[in-house]
Write a protein that binds this ligand. Structure first.
Ligand code: CND
Ligand code: ZN
Length: 367
């Protein structure tokens, strides 16, 4: 048992605390990782706003990178000192979805995530004898974590951990939604609604895919400017006029793919309504539990359009995360532009408030 600093949320409004907690040693099949940097994602905001039902109290954070500090029994392929990016779908490799080649949909990982524990049904975090839950099997807002070995993805040691931490959620999710879920073809016309860490990663995925048009939509002019630097060909300020009409005007031949990277019901509906013939709307952003969107089935059928959901960019974390790190290191993917700042773990509350207010892109909490 070691004592580590961690960010705990107890389910009450504003109930976030940075405190010392106890971390138990890794059990068989688990590893301990010293977190170097953890990214603050809008999904953490959904949690502290009470928009999703998750087991509480919980150690927050699901994006991060660090070094392996201890191995549980039977762990192979990892060594103390390895650099790892954390995956929030620590795939089991044996369930039906893993067998079908869909590790991002691992049934075992989904089950343990829903109950806030590790694979053996227990947690490694506690505080004064009370169990604390893991968030998505990661809980990266801590100095050290214990996670399933498959959630620690080994990456090259020359890549800066306080940049590539964001590959673990924002970049895998956004680039993956474009390249894997939608499989955008070269020459396709693309729009991305919402330009946070996830949406700007969609923009970069579209650039890598060779999209002919990449229309970036946001209500914040600063985010539109970043999107242009990352490869957007056009920008739309959705606060000025109906974004659906602006999208249709911008690409009269029709949009082939529209990514909703926000998850507000109105933006999901905009993504569907603004599609061109044969187009696909890809839902990447996440709304509160139970929220409903609507669309007109007749239009969808007549125009042969599709609505796709994208979980974790349909990535296989073990192969896609190292590949995305390589793309950063060879200059094909710009991650530095997505990291708007770094703060010590103790300033987690301020970092979450900055994201909520739209002042930041990805803030990294560093140890
Ligand atoms: P972040 O808060 O950084 O960005 C959201 C962006 O949307 C900001 O730039 C806002 O200015 C912009 N915005 C807000 N309202 C509007 C509007 N009406 N029209 C246009 N733009 C608007 O969020 P993030 O990038 O960290 O996360 C985005 C979503 O993705 C969020 O819902 C998160 O929970 C989700 C997500 C999904 C997945 C997945 O696997 N599908 C993984 N991680 C995060
Ligand atoms: Zn996330």
């Amino acid at each position: 048992m070691t004592t580590v600093r961690a960010v705990i949320y107890d389910g009450t409004p504003g109930g976030i605390e940075v405190a010392d907690v106890e971390l138990a040693a890794p059990r068989p099949g688990e590893v301990e990782v010293a977190i170097v940097a953890a990214g603050v994602c809008h999904s953490d905001l959904h949690v502290i706003r009470g928009e999703w039902v998750i087991p509480l109290p919980v150690v927050l954070g699901h994006e991060g990178a660090g070094t392996v500090t201890a191995l549980g029994a039977g762990v192979t392929g990892l060594a103390v000192g390895d650099h790892v990016v954390l995956s929030w779908v620590p795939q089991c490799g044996t369930c039906r979805q893993c067998g079908l080649g869909r590790p991002w949909q691992c049934e075992t990982a989904a089950r343990v995530a829903a109950t806030g524990v590790l694979y053996d049904g227990t947690s490694r975090f506690s505080r004064n004898g009370t169990m604390l839950h893991h968030y998505l099997g990661v809980s990266s807002f801590a100095e050290r974590v214990v996670i399933p070995a498959s959630g620690a993805v080994k990456v090259r040691s020359d890549a800066p951990l306080d940049v590539i931490a964001i590959v673990g959620c924002a970049v895998a999710t956004g680039v993956g939604a474009v390249r894997n879920t939608a499989a955008v073809e070269a020459g396709a016309t693309v729009a991305v609604i919402g330009l946070g860490g996830v949406g700007l990663s969609c923009v970069q995925g579209a650039r890598l895919a060779g999209a002919s048009r990449i229309v970036a939509v946001d209500v914040n002019p600063a985010k539109l400017a970043v999107a242009i630097r990352l490869g957007a060909t056009d920008t739309i300020d959705a606060s000025l006029a109906d974004p659906v009409e602006q999208l249709r005007d911008a690409v009269p031949e029709g949009l082939d793919y529209i990514f909703d990277a926000i998850g507000r019901i109105e933006t999901t509906e905009q993504a569907i309504r603004a599609l061109g013939p044969g187009g696909a709307a890809v839902i990447v952003g996440l709304p509160p539990t139970g929220a409903r969107a609507s669309f007109e089935p007749l239009v969808l059928a007549e125009a042969n359009q599709r609505i796709l959901g994208s979980n974790y960019g349909s990535v296989d974390p073990r192969t896609d995360i190292p590949l995305l790190v390589d793309l950063y290191m060879d200059g094909s993917l710009d991650l530095d532009e997505l990291v708007s700042g770094r703060r010590p773990l103790a300033e987690a509350v301020a970092a979450l408030a900055d994201l909520e207010a739209g002042r930041t892109l990805r803030t990294l909490l560093v140890n």
